[in-house]
Design a protein around this ligand. Structure first.
Ligand code: ACO
Length: 415
């Protein structure tokens, strides 16, 4: 019997959720409480499933998101998550059927890009996604930082650090994150539920809830400029030394002073000998807030946010560029959603992008356009790797002069 791929109905939701658990190797059962909770925020009209003889064997879900482009514009994005194919049905084209239908529908709806966090690197390039923002996690060896253990946990710049509760975080967090999105690109929107999960008023489905600590930094005028949430374990060494680790769950700040104060605060808590930073941008300032930056050791460095351009003109016109210039890009896309030859005219007062018949400067797949889009990847590097083609000498350097950004994009949020 042919396998049916379709948007699920409300009554198929329990079976769909069982299939998600199966695909992610979690216990293949679904409790009434789990169902009831997930029904409050999941939208079946954005869930696809593959059904074999009535049983769900593959899952795929999307939700509306905003991606912060270079320069601060918020782009409507089709965020992809919950992708699974049961091991009994893998490599029979089920993911391809679900994703191809969905990306066409997202473009039709007016989404400019599609986004995801890839479980494994080789899965999504074939569908036009490119790795657009990378993350780095550091482990800080606190005794080696050079920070004087006699100093207080307070900054010396007139500002102050205070501990606040979850209710306060739900009040001040969204506005702070919104301000961060206007100064940093690559960030994705956080909805109300995101803040509820951070503060324990909504279930995260990731194990038993442990209340974290929330530290805010207020500048000398009393304005909140940063927020850092962490949990700590309790480990004592044989000689009765405290060897606890503080694990940072979230840290956002809109000024370098706030970043400096919060990182120095978390590295000055008595009993804490290690700080795990959580996912930061690879060019995060953190190591250089410490007298000895080598106390911060990289423990994770990986691709994180993958971007798939759906609407080339809107995507390229929505971001800002580092210089003025003109570029003709010949974009290949086997799904034909973003393909064509486009002329980009970037100026400080605005950018236009339009179809053209002029000869191209650069030929590339939409996957590489996704990787270049947030300014992180280099066209010169991709040309050396043979994944973009310079049709005119110097075209890759000219692309980099326009596209690359002085700070790297950052997306700390898993979805
Ligand atoms: C955004 C997220 O949710 S990320 C989470 C993704 N899910 C997982 O990793 C859970 C475990 N894995 C799975 O459920 C499945 O293996 C999936 C979803 C990754 C792939 O589903 P499938 O239905 O097997 O993929 P499908 O048959 O459509 O494969 C299409 C192509 O991708 C290739 N492919 C699929 N998965 C992988 C992989 N993990 N590694 C390398 N290649 C892969 C296939 O070989 C095939 O190649 P071809 O076109 O050259 O023949």
């Amino acid at each position: 019997m042919a396998i049916d791929v379709r948007v699920i109905s409300e009554s198929e939701f329990p079976d769909w959720l069982r299939a998600v658990n199966t695909g992610f190797l979690r216990a293949p059962t679904v409790s009434e409480k789990d169902l009831e909770d997930r029904r409050t925020y999941l939208d079946p009209s954005r869930m696809r499933g593959a059904f074999d003889d009535g049983r769900c064997v593959a899952t795929y879900r999307t939700f509306p998101q905003e991606l912060t482009a270079v320069g601060g514009a918020r782009l409507p994005a089709n965020a992809v998550t919950g992708v699974t194919v049961s091991a009994t049905h893998r490599r029979r084209g089920l993911l391809s059927r679900m994703i191809n239908e969905d990306l066409a529908e997202a473009k039709e709806r007016g989404d400019v890009v599609s986004t995801l966090i890839a479980a494994e690197y080789p899965i999504y390039g074939r569908y036009g996604f490119g790795p657009a923002a990378w993350i780095t996690e550091w482990s800080v060896d606190v005794p080696r930082t050079g920070l004087d253990p006699r100093r207080s946990g307070q900054p010396d710049d007139g500002g102050r650090v205070d501990l606040v509760d979850g209710a306060e975080v739900r009040k001040l967090g969204p506005e702070l994150h919104d301000r961060l999105c206007s100064v940093r690109h690559g960030l994705i929107s956080r909805n109300e539920r995101w803040w509820q999960v951070l503060t324990g008023t909504a279930t995260s489905h990731g194990g038993p809830w442990v209340e974290p600590f929330h530290a805010v930094y207020r500048d000398a005028s009393g304005e909140v400029q940063g927020l850092l949430t962490y949990r700590a374990d309790e480990v004592w060494g044989d000689a009765k030394q405290p060897l606890n680790t503080a694990t940072v769950v979230d840290a956002i700040a809109v000024t370098p002073a706030a970043e400096r104060a919060l990182w120095r605060y978390v590295c000055s808590i008595d009993w804490i000998s290690t700080v795990r930073t959580g996912y930061r941008a690879p060019d995060d300032l953190l190591p250089f807030f410490l007298p000895d930056p080598r106390a911060a050791r990289i423990v994770t460095q990986a691709d994180f946010l993958w971007v798939r351009i759906l609407d080339t003109v809107r995507a390229l016109e929505s971001r800002t560029y580092a210089a003025s210039g003109t570029l003709v890009l010949d974009i290949h896309d086997r799904s034909s959603l973003a393909s064509g030859r486009y002329r980009l005219d970037a100026t400080p007062s605005g950018t236009t992008c339009a179809p053209t018949t002029e000869s191209p400067d650069l030929t590339l797949d939409v996957r590489e356009l996704g990787a270049l889009y947030l300014g992180d990847e280099s066209a010169v590097r991709l040309s050396a790797l043979g994944t973009v083609t310079e049709e005119k000498p110097g075209a890759a350097s000219r692309t980099d002069a326009l596209f690359r950004t002085s700070r790297r994009p950052w997306c700390p949020d898993i979805f």
